[in-house]
Design a binder for this molecule. Structure first.
Ligand code: ZN
Length: 316
């Protein structure tokens, strides 16, 4: 494995814009509704990984071998930075033909050792959503995962800054990884605002994107995210939900997902399909007949509650 940090030249050759957040992001245009054609392109969705580890038997960790295989396949398509994905996403949460974006929730330490070298090798941009409290002076134990991750648990600040300098982008995964739908409006806004303040302080740049812990969100959470200063937030839909700036759908990748499943999860039908009322029943049937598609979205594999209809439409 060579070329651990992709330079601008490699990224230009592969057709990417230079990685990392730029001043222009502060002036992100906010059109009300996407105008891209709904059925004129083959969609590829935004993917959500958690971490890459060899020795952690968890629904959150794919193996280095599987991740390398995924990245080799993705590198033959077009992986764009998240801000570009937002610009190009349609009403159904889909990206144009051959395009996807990579995100990682939780900021686990395995990203530094196992994911970043592979991303760099293939020149793939990615965004990592950090639990801000893990970088605070008091720190934060990983008590939201079913089992504890090996070693350090989550990324250290120096690792985050090193990855950021090499082009990896960072967003917020809230301050304390609480289920935001269980907080009242003020508590929720406080958590999210504090996460953004701390991360912007540490990263020395704007943090406009949020990924909801466990994908849990509702209209109150959307308002809190907006009030806390986030421009866009990402979910993990488990049923009907409208795509808006504060409910941008992603498909989660979990252990056991091979390239065939990856192809399915980035297919034209996947995201619209899993946002239908039929989804829970279809998933149960798929499991029963042993399709092995590994469709769970949440950290725990439990079904997430449906969300109320949000007032905010997608904006750019
Ligand atoms: Zn999480």
């Amino acid at each position: 494995m060579a070329n651990l940090t992709p330079g601008p030249l490699l990224l230009e050759i592969k057709g990417y814009r230079p990685l990392g957040f730029r001043d222009a992001e502060l002036a992100w245009p906010r059109r009300s509704v996407p105008k891209s054609g709904l059925w004129h392109s083959d969609p590829v969705t935004i993917l959500c990984y958690h971490t890459v580890e060899r020795d952690w038997r968890s629904t959150l960790a794919v193996t280095p071998e599987a991740f390398s295989e995924h990245c080799a396949w993705l590198a033959r398509r077009r992986v764009v930075p998240l801000e570009e994905a937002i610009e190009r996403i349609d009403r159904l949460g889909r990206l144009p033909r051959g395009v996807t974006a990579l995100t990682f929730d939780d900021g686990f330490a395995g990203l530094y050792e196992h994911a970043w070298p592979v991303l760099s090798h293939f020149g793939l941009p990615a965004t990592v959503f950090l639990v801000a409290q893990t970088l605070s002076p008091e720190g934060r134990a990983v008590d939201w995962a079913p089992t504890s991750p090996p070693g350090a648990g989550t990324l250290h600040l120096d690792q985050v800054l090193e990855m950021q300098a090499a082009g990896i982008a960072f967003g917020s995964h809230s301050y304390a990884h609480l289920d935001l739908i269980n907080l009242d409006a003020d508590e929720c806004e406080r958590d999210l605002r504090e996460s953004r303040r701390l991360l912007e302080d540490l990263l020395k740049r704007s943090v406009p994107y949020l990924a909801y812990p466990r994908g849990l969100h509702n209209e109150t959470v959307h308002h809190a995210a907006e009030a806390a200063g986030f421009s866009h937030a990402f979910s993990l839909p488990e049923g009907p939900e409208e795509v808006t700036s504060y409910a941008i759908p992603r498909a989660v990748i979990i252990p056991g997902n091979g390239v065939t499943t990856l192809r399915f999860k980035t297919s034209r039908l996947y995201l619209p399909f899993r946002r239908t009322p039929l989804w829970p029943a279809l998933r149960a049937v798929a499991r029963k007949v042993g399709l092995g598609l590994h469709l769970d979205q949440s950290h725990t594999g439990r079904t997430l509650p449906r969300t109320s209809r949000p007032r905010n439409r997608m904006r750019r």
